[in-house]
Design a protein around this ligand. Structure first.
Ligand code: NAD
Ligand code: GLY
Length: 367
């Protein structure tokens, strides 16, 4: 078991605990915060598989709990589901000193976190992430949000959790595609700022994407260390935190074109493809050696993740550019991208030339 402390900025420091069998002991960790009762927010799939173990563990620690389960999937990050959830929290009688526990993937964490940020002007919440993506990324750092028809994560708040419990064993029930999707975010952390970690993920650690618990544990711990250091320096994304969006501006545009709910591409798959595109665009701009982009593509493909645009579908360059210009990172209509000088050395590039980007996207296979 490893504990990583997240601190800095204006928020209270909190621990991210990573290890095996944590769900069974979660009650004892949550009890000191929960004052005898809590509401667990989950999705219908996760509530069925892992809800009972968490409730048993809470009960053993003297904490009464009820589960509110939303439908599984991105569509639950909506105003309608947020409203239903707020109503359930109010009906449960939670007060301002109570806590909410988010048990699930990034969808549940983002939705429950936003509900906690809004409930009676903000109550504490605990993240118990059950997807690899949520363990290495979304449960840490306090970004909470829902989607609107105009884009992903456009309505939200920064609200840091009080505690994060990342149990590697819950990943055993995760569908393979979700494991691969989370692996993309793990690889992303190496690509941003840790070349030796990327080397390990490409070699000895590669078994993680096939579910090897020891490799997964090390990958989660290092990812959390990287993410928490960045969040500690730049909680509100005034600068360095934007690096965590490597692959996301391309990836979000592709997801938006396909429709967020399309089973065609999981979020992490879009990010993996976006990372490959960011490296290839960096090469085209003369910023990065072609060998690095080729290696990134090879490692991502070997993990069973998409690396070429045509693997995701057919796209129009101008539509992708319009979506990229509408990204939260875009400033005054200009496009901002996270690009790379080499593996392990990413940087933020503002005012990317739309004409060069269009030409690049056409080379990638867009029309
Ligand atoms: P998800 O929450 O939809 O989970 C994926 C699927 O796996 C769901 O069907 C879920 O029911 C199922 N599942 C979850 N855990 C399981 C388990 N242990 N066993 C079996 N099935 C399980 O998707 P996700 O990939 O975890 O999260 C994606 C979301 O996270 C997106 O909305 C994205 O915007 C958000 N996100 C947020 C941040 C952030 O910083 N807040 C960062 C990255 C991504
Ligand atoms: N996933 C990007 C961030 O947390 O900033």
């Amino acid at each position: 078991m490893t504990t990583v402390s997240v601190s800095g900025g204006s928020f209270a420091a909190y621990d991210v605990v990573v290890g095996r069998g944590l769900l069974a002991g979660a009650g004892a960790q949550i009890a000191p915060i929960a004052r005898g009762r809590t509401v667990i927010v989950s999705d219908e799939t996760v509530a069925m598989i892992h809800g009972p173990a968490l409730q048993t563990s809470l009960a053993a620690a003297g904490v009464r709990s009820e589960i509110v389960a939303v439908p599984a999937g991105e569509a639950s990050k909506s105003f309608a589901e947020l409203e239903r959830l707020m109503d359930r929290l109010l009906a449960s009688g939670l007060d301002r000193k109570d806590v909410v526990v988010a048990l699930g993937g990034g969808v549940v964490g983002d939705l429950a976190g936003l509900a906690a940020a809004l409930y009676m002007r903000g109550i504490d919440f605990v993240q118990v992430p059950t997807t690899l993506l949520a363990q290495v990324d979304s449960s840490v750092g306090g970004k909470t949000a829902i989607d609107t028809p105009r884009g992903k994560n456009l309505v939200g708040a920064f609200h840091q959790p009080r505690l994060v419990l990342a149990d590697i064993d819950v990943l055993a029930t995760l569908p393979e595609v979700q494991l691969r999707s989370g692996w993309a975010e793990v690889l992303k952390h190496g690509l941003i700022c840790d070349a030796p970690f990327f080397d390990w993920l490409a070699g000895e650690g590669a078994d993680g994407v096939r579910g090897d618990p020891a490799a997964l544990e090390r990958a989660v711990v290092r990812s959390v260390e990287i993410k928490s250091a960045i969040v500690g320096e730049d909680e509100k994304e005034a600068g360095r935190r934007a690096l965590l969006n490597l692959g996301h501006t391309f990836g979000h545009a592709i997801e938006a074109e396909l429709g967020f709910e399309a089973a065609a591409l999981a979020h992490g798959e879009a990010v993996a493809l976006g990372c490959c595109m960011a490296f290839r665009f960096s090469v085209r701009q003369g910023l990065c050696a072609a060998a690095d982009a080729e290696r990134v593509e090879a490692v991502i493909a070997a993990a069973g993740l998409p690396s070429r645009l045509d693997q995701a579908g057919s796209f129009e360059a101008e539509r992708l550019i319009a979506l990229m210009a509408g990204d939260k990172k875009a400033e005054a209509g200009g496009i901002t991208l996270v690009l790379a000088r080499r593996i392990g050395d990413a940087f933020v590039q503002k005012s990317v030339d739309a004409g060069e980007l269009a030409a690049f996207l056409r080379d990638e296979g867009a029309v």
